[in-house]
Design a protein around this ligand. Structure first.
Ligand SMILES: NC(=O)c1ccc[n+]([C@@H]2O[C@H](COP(=O)([O-])OP(=O)(O)OC[C@H]3O[C@@H](n4cnc5c(N)ncnc54)[C@H](O)[C@@H]3O)[C@@H](O)[C@H]2O)c1
Ligand SMILES: [Zn+2]
Length: 347
């Protein structure tokens, strides 16, 4: 079965070491788990577009989309697990984007007080972001990821051929997180992204493979250095504070909202952190190059109200991720009065 060289990496978290298999064929799953005990969870899009991969595997298929990342969908998975006589030896494998891996990790963590699970991420966002870090959960109404657990998968299996059926808009969406990683941690990758185009990554498994591996390393390093989210890990929120508020008010895709949020965070970085105007322009160009928006006609009043309710607000200040330069970020406590002034006058 193993026809090509798989890149195997170890990721060490407190009390847990997990393997990452890159550029692997999904079929090696048969070598990693006992097929008898394994149950796959995927969504209906992936199941229909990648049907061959699921042949011979017990599979639970859930509805696709964020609207189904809820307790009801988790209960459906649990009901199916009972029907399939899943027990403590069962092994759940989430095969999908962030919605599938979040809910599969959550269901596995609560079923019989926790059975083993692993992920085979299939979207760009799933590969570079959602599957790493141990956060698994569901939404409750408008409250995203309100309920969940922290538990790492046993392994991550990256088969890049899944990306052949990923819709264009999901490629674009995922690149917002890649650009975010470049901004906060990796100037070299930023320049690499400037040299390439989205097409270069879509048409070359080598290019996309290299990029994904690099991004997994970045997210892993940030998470592993701050597993309990006291500092460093907050850097991953770059572009997300204003981004989430925009996502809510303007109903934009996550990647679009984060892109606008990153530009806004750069403008704030200019005002309070000496970040240069030229660098904001450079980031805007990169974001546009990957077909993501740099601005949007938002309802500022509404967006500000949501921003104030953001969990990162503490008293009269807000902790905000700013850039020092491209490839380096830090957290600054900004008085709300200053932030308000910048938000309404300069963004
Ligand atoms: N746990 C974490 O640390 C973490 C981090 C970031 C994001 N997330 C979560 O991830 C979710 C977003 O993930 P996402 O963007 O992957 O969304 P998603 O799982 O909804 O996938 C996006 C769309 O692409 C489809 N799709 C995925 N892979 C495909 C493939 N290979 N071929 C064809 N279609 C495919 C899906 O069916 C879906 O319609 C959110 O719920 C977010 O909260 C979690
Ligand atoms: Zn994000």
């Amino acid at each position: 079965m193993k026809t090509k060289k798989i890149i195997e990496k170890k990721y060490q978290f407190s009390g847990k070491s997990i393997n990452g298999y890159f550029d692997a064929d999904f079929a090696i799953l048969g070598d990693l788990v006992n097929k008898e005990n394994a149950i796959l969870v995927t969504d209906e899009n992936i199941f229909s577009k990648q049907s061959k991969k699921f042949v011979g595997w017990k599979t639970i298929v859930i509805k696709a989309g964020e609207a189904y990342k809820n307790q009801q969908a988790a209960d459906e998975i649990i009901k199916r697990l009972i029907e399939m006589h899943a027990d403590r030896q069962s092994f759940l494998i989430g095969v999908g984007g962030g919605v599938v891996t979040d809910i599969a990790g959550y269901a596995a963590s609560v079923y019989m007080r926790g059975i083993k699970f692993a992920f085979a991420p299939t979207s760009i966002l799933g590969m570079v972001d959602a599957s790493i870090g141990g956060k698994n959960g569901i939404d409750v109404g408008v409250y995203k990821n309100l309920v969940g657990v922290i538990r790492h998968p046993e392994f991550l299996l990256y088969d890049f051929s899944f990306l052949e059926t990923l819709p264009e808009e999901e490629w674009v969406n995922g690149f917002a997180e890649i650009i975010k990683h470049a901004c906060i941690k990796d100037e070299k990758m930023f320049h690499f992204l400037e040299e390439k185009t989205l097409k270069d990554f879509q048409s070359s498994k080598e290019n996309i493979g290299r990029l994904i591996e690099r991004n997994v390393d970045i997210k892993y390093n940030v998470v592993a250095s701050d597993e309990f989210e006291t500092g460093e890990r907050k850097l991953l929120n770059f572009g997300h504070t204003i981004g989430h508020a925009i996502e809510n008010t303007a109903k934009l895709p996550h990647g679009s909202a984060v892109s606008i949020g990153m530009v806004a965070a750069c403008l704030i970085s200019e005002k309070i952190n000496g970040f240069s105007k030229e660098n904001t322009e450079t980031l805007k160009q990169l974001i546009s190059k990957y077909n993501l928006p740099v601005a949007f006609d938002i309802d500022k009043g509404k967006t500000w109200d949501i921003l104030l309710h953001d969990k990162k607000k503490s008293g009269t200040d807000m902790n905000f991720v700013v850039l020092d330069k491209i490839g380096k970020a830090s957290i600054k406590k900004i008085p709300l009065t200053d932030l308000r002034e910048i938000f309404f006058k300069h963004l």
